[in-house]
Design a protein around this ligand. Structure first.
Ligand code: IPE
Ligand code: IPE
Ligand code: MG
Length: 238
């Protein structure tokens, strides 16, 4: 029997730089094409699937190591797309929020993100979680600090610290872990994405560069996922 569709898919959208390089274009054109690929995918997801959550890796805590020009271009692109999503909010059916430490982003961008989160909060088509200045380890460190503070202030006891309590201190606390994680561009690593949450996720790696990834490719990833056996450490035959 085929498994049900995943409710939460997370995507490491990698390969924008190589996509641009292949075409002798500046990197920012690759990032732009990548943002367009996401937009197109979301339209299809809403129209054709019951997927409830999509988490996308847009900027990692390590991506600050890139040249200033590329980081600036990425922030500018982000701003453009956030403004576009704000403008299109009436016709879109996407509820948008972020994971990651956005407190270091420009105040302007933080304001736009807060506004978009607010005006899209009643949308029902799909929940889009954008990972921005996100790192799985950073998220866990922030959670540990908050837990330690709550122990110190006697809001919780040490004995109450369980896996589910830790989950409740993470940025993803309001929804379940992804059943499926997709990474494009042929790289076989997680690059600090959803470190805690991916403990039992299925991984699907595509050789396609992110701007070339289509809804058909997503369907293929889901097909493969549906054929996998998920055992969670147990046995299926007993
Ligand atoms: C992914 O594309 C987007 C970000 C990391 C922001 P890359 O820019 O990493 O693309 P490649 O890996 O250089 O091809
Ligand atoms: C992961 O891609 C981060 C994003 C897609 C935003 P990277 O291109 O930054 O990862 P590495 O450097 O190849 O591990
Ligand atoms: Mg990359």
């Amino acid at each position: 029997m085929e498994r049900a569709l995943p409710k939460h898919i997370a995507i490491i959208m990698d390969g924008n730089g190589r996509w641009a390089k292949k075409r002798l274009l500046p990197k920012k054109m690759g990032h732009r094409a990548g943002a367009d690929a996401l937009k197109n995918l979301l339209t299809n997801i809403i129209e054709k699937t019951d997927i409830e959550h999509i988490t996308v890796y847009a900027f990692s805590t390590e991506n600050w190591k890139r040249e200033k020009q590329e980081v600036d271009d990425l922030m500018k692109l982000l701003k453009d797309y956030i403004c576009q999503y704000i403008k299109d909010n009436e016709k879109n059916n996407i509820k948008i929020d972020t994971i990651g430490d956005i407190s270091v982003l420009s105040e302007d961008l933080q304001k736009d993100l807060a506004h978009l989160e607010k005006i899209s909060s009643k949308k029902t088509g799909v929940n889009l979680h954008i990972a921005l200045n996100y790192g799985g380890r950073d998220e866990i460190v922030r959670a540990i600090k908050n837990i330690a503070n709550d122990v110190k202030n006697e809001n919780i006891s040490i004995d109450s610290i369980t896996e589910s309590l830790v989950s409740s201190y993470l940025d993803t606390r309001e929804y379940n872990d992804p059943e499926l994680i997709i990474r494009t561009s042929g790289e076989l690593r997680t690059s600090n994405f959803l470190v805690w949450q991916s403990a039992y996720s299925e991984f699907y790696f595509s050789d396609k560069l992110w701007p070339d990834f289509t809804f058909e490719d997503l369907e293929e990833a889901i097909n493969v996922y549906q054929k996998r056996e998920r055992r969670f450490g147990g046995r299926l035959d007993s």
